[in-house]
Design a protein around this ligand. Structure first.
Ligand SMILES: [Zn+2]
Length: 142
C-alpha cells in the first residue's frame, strides 16, 4: 500500500468512527496525539485505554509512519469532529442505522456502515480530505 493510500485509509477509519456515533474516541485520540492526556486518562472521554491504544495503532499501521500518523490525526480529526455527521443512533437499547433504519444486532456499527453505505463513506472521507487540502493551502498563502 502506498503512503497516500494509507493516509486515505486512516482518514476513512476516523470518518467511519464518527459516523458510527463515537466522537469521543476521536476526541480522546486528538488529545493524546496533542500530548494533553496519557492513554490511562482516556477515561475522561469515556474511552478505555485499550480502545485509545487500538485506534492509535490502527491509524499508525495504515499510515505506516508514526510521525506522519500524528500529523494526519491532528489535521483530520478536528474536521471530522466538526463536519462528519453521525449516522448511528446509539441511544436506544439496540443501535439503529439512521441511513437505512436497520437495527444493528450482532453487527459492529463500523462494519455495517462500510459494508452497506460504502458510497457515503467515500463521499464523506473525500469531504474531509478536501477541507484538509484547503486549510493547508491557506496556511501556505498566509
Ligand atoms: Zn444502514
Amino acid at each position: 500500500m502506498s503512503t497516500r493510500e494509507g493516509i486515505v485509509d486512516a482518514i476513512q477509519l476516523l470518518t467511519v468512527r464518527k459516523m458510527a456515533g463515537k466522537p469521543e474516541c476521536l476526541e480522546a485520540l486528538l488529545s493524546y496525539v496533542e500530548g494533553k492526556i496519557s492513554p490511562s486518562e482516556a477515561s475522561i472521554y469515556g474511552v478505555t485505554r485499550n480502545q485509545l491504544r487500538g485506534l492509535m495503532q490502527r491509524v499508525r499501521e495504515k499510515v505506516g509512519n508514526p510521525f506522519l500518523a500524528d500529523i494526519v490525526v491532528k489535521r483530520a480529526t478536528p474536521i471530522i469532529l466538526r463536519k462528519t455527521p453521525i449516522k448511528i443512533n446509539n441511544n436506544g437499547s439496540v443501535p439503529r442505522c439512521l441511513i437505512c433504519r436497520k437495527p444493528l444486532i450482532k453487527v459492529l456499527a463500523e462494519d455495517h456502515i462500510i459494508k452497506c453505505h460504502r458510497n457515503l463513506v467515500y463521499i464523506l472521507t473525500r469531504e474531509v480530505m478536501e477541507e484538509m487540502r484547503r486549510s493547508m493551502g491557506r496556511e501556505k498563502m498566509g
